[in-house]
Design a protein around this ligand. Structure first.
Ligand SMILES: [Zn+2]
Length: 341
């Protein structure tokens, strides 16, 4: 599938400011970008998560791609909340929400205000060689790739059904994802695939392609879904890295706690949550090639398994039984010792 306007969409979405609970600017841009797509239907649930359906899927697609619209940042604290942030988390009228170590917050790095919230005063989008540097790759990269895929699907005219969700307030404990799970708008066996940016661990590395996330710090994910995604990459000779990304947790864990099938794919991320070298607040960064690889992988998943995750166990059984056959002479040779002649 043609990647279409992926690069422009990345720049458009990453340029929009956001913070936990203040995702309305991102939401508006996603709605605007998807507006011309006649095959795409955009709804908002009662919490403000966006629920997007593509194609004629009677509300029951097998694949639900999900990303979150927020990023750690400073927000105004409602008086009624009774919230008393530690002093190092307070800046003027704002308090910091999201997982960033105290040593970074104490540096007093400058911030940029957007009415009711503020972000680190860092570039919104910069192309440096083969990399994108931004104040908020996590998870606006995920949002951009999903939007680009929906637009590409619409333009291609290909009849594939899938859905997407863009959630709120992930950075404070999957608040949007939990609201979504509590009134799950899809069929029970539909699979939610968290599209994220994450620190590369184990043998995974930046530039090595998207990472098939077998689990996170909290959970391991659905085997059939993970196996389907890996099988697609192998069939199409797409770059993929298989890893347990346990340096963080993602919405797949939140939804799985409600019995929803989940999996994850992540783009390797540098300067996670703006924590750069030498204790300095810095832009996050990703490799453009890994983002393109993610787009290609998601498109291929829909093409190869249009009805949802497949059953890859038959192929696995065949492989194991072939191995068993090659050892038949050894089995026969020792059968007498086991009374099974
Ligand atoms: Zn994050």
């Amino acid at each position: 599938m043609d990647r279409g306007h992926l690069h422009e969409i990345l720049e458009t979405i990453l340029s929009v400011p956001t913070a936990p609970f203040h995702e309305y600017h991102i939401r508006d841009v996603i709605i605007r970008l998807l507006d011309p797509c006649s095959s795409v239907k955009v709804d908002e649930d009662e919490f403000g998560n966006l629920v997007v359906r593509h194609g004629d899927c009677d509300g029951s697609p097998g694949w639900i791609f999900g990303s979150h619209m927020d990023h750690p940042g400073f927000v105004e604290v409602p008086v009624e909340s009774g919230y008393h942030p530690e002093t190092f988390k307070v800046r003027d009228r704002f308090a910091f929400l999201g997982g960033v170590p105290e040593s970074y917050l104490r540096q007093g790095f400058p911030i940029k205000e957007f009415d009711q919230f503020a972000m680190w005063d860092l570039p919104a989008f910069e192309l440096r060689g083969t990399q994108i540097w931004s104040r908020a790759c996590d998870d606006l990269i995920g949002c951009a790739v999903i939007v680009a895929l929906l637009i590409a699907l619409d333009r291609s005219g290909i009849e594939l059904s899938c859905s997407a969700v863009f959630t709120r307030a992930e950075e404070v404990g999957f608040v949007g994802a939990i609201k979504l799970a509590q009134s799950w708008p899809f069929k029970p066996d539909a699979c939610f695939v968290s599209i994220e940016t994450s620190v590369a661990v184990d043998r995974a590395m930046m530039g090595g392609g998207p990472m098939c996330r077998v689990g996170d710090r909290i959970s391991t994910f659905d085997h059939a879904t993970t196996a389907s995604m890996l099988a697609v990459a192998q069939r199409r000779s797409l770059k993929i890295q298989r890893a347990l990304l346990d340096r963080g947790a993602c919405e797949a864990s939140g939804l799985q706690a409600y019995g929803i099938r989940t999996a994850g794919i992540s783009v390797p991320l540098g300067n996670y949550h703006n924590c750069g070298e030498q204790n300095l607040i810095s832009p996050e960064f990703v490799e453009l090639g890994d983002i393109e690889g993610l787009f290609d992988l998601m498109a291929a998943i829909l093409e190869e398994f249009p009805k949802g995750p497949g059953d890859c166990s038959a192929a696995l059984r065949q492989r194991f039984e072939l191995g068993l056959d090659t050892h038949l002479p050894f089995i026969e040779d020792t059968a007498g010792m086991f009374h099974c002649e």
